[in-house]
Design a protein around this ligand. Sequence first.
Ligand code: B12
Length: 422
Amino acid sequence: MKVLLLQPWIADFAAHNFWIRPLGLYRLGEWLWQRGADVALLDCLSPFDAPGKFPREIVDPPPVLASFTRRYGRYGISQEEFHERLSLHGEVDAVLLTSGMSYWYPGVQWAISEVRKAVGKVPVALGGIYASLWPEHAGRHSGADLVLAGSIEVCGGELASWLGIPTRPIRPFTPWYRLNLWDHLDYAAIRTALGCQFNCSYCASSRLHEGYSPRAPGEILEELSWLQGQGVKQVAFYDDALLVGFQHRLRPVLKGVLEAGMEFTFHTPNGLHARYVTRDVAKWMKVAGFRTIRLSLETVDRGRQVSTGGKVETDHVAAAVSNLVDAGMSTSDIGIYLMMGLPGQSLEEVAAGIEYVKALGVRPYLAEFSPIPGTAEWERLCSAGMLPPEPDPLLTNNSVYFRRYWGYSWEEIDDLMRMARS
Ligand code: B12
């Protein structure tokens, strides 16, 4: 059996390439190969430089977004390139798509429709983040024959019986990079664990990955060593909680990297837990080559810090910044995420966060709240009438939701965003 793994286009008003890599499809490829299937990859988001902007083709926005004046686009490779690559893969027995942000689902629809045009009746299944967070919507609107929610460990049985492959492994585990899925870019993304030990009220991590499963440091080192051999220089960590259990998880990895003389520039575009950035951790990060550092503060309002999950206190961030600076990190490489648009949050609260972060000498980054079904914040919004009944996932777009539902004017919001940038 030959299976084509497909990473679809992004459909949005903007799309930045923060070292985006199809990690979910890599894991799926490993799982399929162990069960006797051969795998190939078509990635609509490769090859493009990172960090950077994806090329886009302007398209008409879906009707629900028509009132937004910004231009909507399809980001990634051109349609011609898509069809060329599809034909190079020859005949396949099934196409398995992943999905990223749920509000990128038009990208999934376009990809499935193009596959159908080119290959006709091939079975198409969809998984990943949109499929996991909005399974009914994806079932009705994606065009896939099968929609599977959750990690492959959770939905694997159903996938195996649909494909007619064994549920249990019949081949030894082989990492994705030995399955010919590598596309020769000079950057990579990696996860050292799946899931998160925290349970923040706005985050869907627990719906995507049950529990918390760290990978063995040796396995991560082997992957890094292979990537180094391919000329990879930049590596982004995609963990939810990279620094949890630092001494027995990340420290051995960084030690191994240094001992083997591997030279990487590491990035943490997904915010780190500030409380774990101790002096020791900061020193390791500096020595091992960490560059882009993002810390999650989210808000300086103590009540909201507690009610959203208690992962951070304002002082943790001040201590983390000073530890990083003392370790030799440049303040221009340190950014602090602040959430904006949370239910009940005021402009003043966000502004106070911006002031606080600037006073630390580092840069605030506003992360617009994107409501996700199944989270505590979602329930809060529904009871407060701050979401239409049966909302289209497009309205949860991080560039859309807060402008339409937060309760402040565009001018007020623009002022706040300018304040963060200035
Ligand atoms: C890394 C990450 C980022 C990175 C990279 C994002 C990217 N575009 O790839 C950065 C830091 C840039 C980022 C930014 C943002 N992110 Co983010 N991010 C994540 C994170 C932590 C991991 C995603 C990931 O790469 N997973 C890796 C692989 C291993 O997992 P996976 O894809 O789910 O695959 C598994 C299964 O889904 C399944 N599977 C996958 N595909 C398929 C296919 C088939 C057929 C099958 C059967 C199974 C299957 O098998 C895989 C293995 O088990 C998730 C949280 C999470 N724990 O997933 C949030 C998450 C995706 N992000 C989220 C949000 C809100 C954002 C921001 C909007 C935040 C903000 N306001 O700025 C921005 C948007 C930026 C953008 N436009 O890209 C939300 C999603 C929101 C939504 N509505 O969809 C999440 C879920 C976090 C949350 N708040 O709950 N993010």
